[in-house]
Design a protein around this ligand. Structure first.
Ligand SMILES: N[C@@H](CCC(=O)N[C@@H](CS)C(=O)NCC(=O)O)C(=O)O
Length: 244
């Protein structure tokens, strides 16, 4: 019998989308807990007990909690037989899957997303974002300040979480620096993304030439890198970067 599964996630989070697609692809039933990261729910004490990093997604399998979307995809894959999302790396397909998983893990999706949103010069068409995502660099600094204040309150009323909260505050502070969103840094990230997309295009051409019925990034089967690519295309479409 399949174990009891619960996914803690936020629907528009890129990492959550990877976990959701993996569960869907393997046709696994799971319960859902929405963690509203736009309201700071990931830093509430109940969730810090689920994931001390205060990040979504987390997959609960029975009594254990797994974080990190790539680890979740692997765990989901192992829960059920059938087409494999992460084939054995000693096979040619598995080796290619490993290569693309590594390549995709180097993309700074945070910088691509918030760097594009906070530098309107980089947007190909005007963004029409829901207010919660429509943020300026100053707004980003203020939002991070508010998150730190909320975390300090959590620490005051949950002394057992002091270390966890301190670590999370350090992470929020490191990301808070608006210089991290400097247009040059974002442009550089978008340029390296363009190179990756050139390579994706070559890979897909090769896959199409080699596989008549279906062709995906690493061959005839839909695998983990196709999940990341789907999420990435969705994000770039959201950011109106397709013309580029
Ligand atoms: N490497 C992690 C990244 C998780 C992550 O950054 N999640 C974001 C949403 S996409 C989050 O929870 N952000 C809330 C925060 O930074 O406080 C993974 O792949 O699961």
């Amino acid at each position: 019998m399949a174990p009891n599964l619960r996914l803690f996630y936020w629907p528009t989070s890129s990492a959550s989308q990877k976990a959701l697609m993996a569960l869907d692809e393997k046709q696994l039933d799971f319960k859902r807990t929405i963690v509203n990261i736009t309201e700071g729910e990931q830093n509430q004490s109940w969730y810090l007990k689920v994931n001390p990093a205060g990040l979504v997604p987390v997959l609960q399998i029975g009594e254990s909690f797994i974080s990190e979307s790539d680890v979740i995809v692997e765990a989901v894959d192992k829960l059920k037989n059938g087409p494999q999302l992460v084939p054995d790396p000693s096979t040619a397909e598995g080796n290619l899957v490993q290569y693309w998983r590594q390549k995709f893990s180097e993309i700074n999706i945070f910088l691509v997303t918030f760097g594009t949103i906070t530098n309107p010069e980089l947007v190909c068409e005007k963004l029409e974002l829901p207010p919660v995502y429509s943020i300026t660099k100053e707004g980003w600094v203020k939002k991070s300040d508010a998150a730190i204040k909320r975390l300090l309150k959590v620490k005051a009323s949950n002394p057992e979480l002091a270390d966890v909260v301190d670590k999370k505050i350090e992470i929020v502070k490191a990301k808070q620096d608006a210089e991290g969103l400097d247009i040059e840094k974002v442009e550089k990230e978008l340029q390296s993304l363009e190179k990756i997309f050139d390579e994706i295009e070559d890979r897909l051409k090769k896959s199409r030439a080699e596989n008549i019925v279906e062709h995906w990034l690493c061959g005839p089967n839909f695998t983990a890198p196709d999940i990341t690519l789907t999420m990435l295309l969705g994000r770039l479409n959201f950011l109106k970067q397709f013309p580029r």
